[in-house]
Design a protein around this ligand. Structure first.
Ligand SMILES: [Zn+2]
Length: 391
């Protein structure tokens, strides 16, 4: 037993100071933490032998003296991240800074049920680890996004409408059985929100991300962290009622839901009714990009309807960034223009004074990036990281 193992909690606390990636000397850490230099030295030795810290290049170049500057080592472990949609998945292996090392897009059918889909994800995950020159023992954890409601604490899907056989399935236990790693699960919109936030908006504290595709959902970032609410249902705005449209029936059984009025599927149905055949968000996007006037009008109106619901969120939550993504956002400026129109019209000036309403910046990597950060934030936190120090 090394001396550092005697104080794993203290060592884990010291590690938190270095998570920002900035290299520091032992003296700087001593000044920053108020700890005696001997205590700092002992804890750094433990962190160096765990691999979580490395000597930084800066000190190595000073000549004959042993290096004294240490920094967080993002290569210490890797994360397997999976963003699973209805008909395809994106998988990635990232380092501990959330940078993607290798990735793969895969066609799969979520309706095949959890065992077939998750076994395939784990098999491809192993192959990606090999491709990255790593193996299962290097996994800090596995992060998974699913296209339906998830009870985040248990990682179990809860009555997911497009995922037959998944209701209540213990996703973390299954994946842990396959790969032997801690597994965290959330809905796809939350992980996209987290990925987009960390990549582009981390200097802002409060953000709303809305995904407009076959369904409509949002993810809330509050004080830099996902706000999931008591059951993980926060942000599920697709079934908020749109004031003016009272007779459209939604698949949830209610009438006038936002999703039944303004989703890609809803617009496709309206276009078909108007004599312009369309069946999916992709069809609507193609029509809009080709200048179809009814498509552009419906997309703009969908933006306004979404904006009306978001105006309530803006009033209640006061974000400084509102990001719009999802398949329908590829239709161009008309969706976001409609959102801006309604949000600015329906919100008080103080709430919109510094509000930026922007398209998603991260593209289709937002999901895997967010799934990786979900794992990293959890497993490297002070209370969790201790388990890595005694291995
Ligand atoms: Zn509904």
């Amino acid at each position: 037993m090394t001396r550092g193992e005697l104080s794993p909690a203290g060592t884990a606390a010291l590690f938190q100071f270095l998570r920002d990636g900035r290299p520091r000397t032992r003296a700087e850490l001593s000044a920053e933490t108020g700890l005696a230099r001997s205590t700092v030295a002992e804890r750094i030795d433990t962190l160096l032998s765990s691999g979580l810290l490395k000597f930084s290049d800066k000190a190595n170049s000073t000549g004959g003296r042993p290096p004294t500057t240490v920094a967080f080592n993002p290569a210490a472990r890797v994360v397997l991240a999976a963003d699973i949609g209805a008909t395809h998945a994106k998988l990635a292996v990232t380092d501990l800074a959330g940078d993607v090392l290798v990735e793969e897009d895969k066609v799969l059918d979520i309706a095949n049920g959890p065992e077939i889909v998750l076994r395939e994800v784990c098999d491809r995950g192993r192959a990606l680890l090999t491709q990255a020159g790593r193996d299962e023992r290097d996994l800090l954890g596995v992060g998974i996004g699913l296209p339906g409601p998830v009870e985040h604490l248990s990682g179990k899907p809860a009555n997911p409408p497009i995922m037959p056989g998944w209701d209540g399935f213990d996703v973390p236990a299954f994946v842990r059985g396959e790969l032997g790693a801690v597994t965290l699960v959330d809905n796809d919109v939350n992980i996209m929100a987290l990925g987009e936030y960390r990549a582009h908006w981390a200097e802002h504290e409060h953000m709303v991300f809305v995904k407009v595709a076959t369904g409509i959902g949002s993810g809330l970032i509050s004080y830099g962290r996902l706000h999931r609410g008591s059951q993980g249902a926060a942000g599920d705005m697709g079934h908020v009622r749109v004031p003016h449209d009272t007779d459209v029936r939604c698949r949830c059984g209610n009438v006038g839901c936002l999703e039944a009025v303004a989703s890609g599927a809803a617009i496709a149905a309206k276009l078909t009714e108007a004599g312009v055949p369309a069946t999916s968000s992709a069809d609507v996007v193609t029509l809009a990009r080709n200048g179809s006037v009814p498509a552009l009008q419906y997309v703009r109106q969908a933006g306004r309807d979404i904006g009306e619901v978001l105006a309530t969120a803006v009033s209640l939550f006061n974000p400084s960034v509102l990001a719009v993504g999802g398949a329908l956002s590829l239709a161009g400026e008309h969706l976001i223009a409609g959102v801006r129109e309604a949000v600015y019209q329906r919100s008080l000036p103080l709430a919109t004074q510094n509000l930026r309403i922007v398209p998603l910046h991260s593209g289709d990597e937002a999901g895997v990036s967010g799934a990786a950060f979900m794992v990293i934030d959890h497993a490297l936190a002070a209370g969790q990281v201790e388990s890595l120090l005694t291995q």
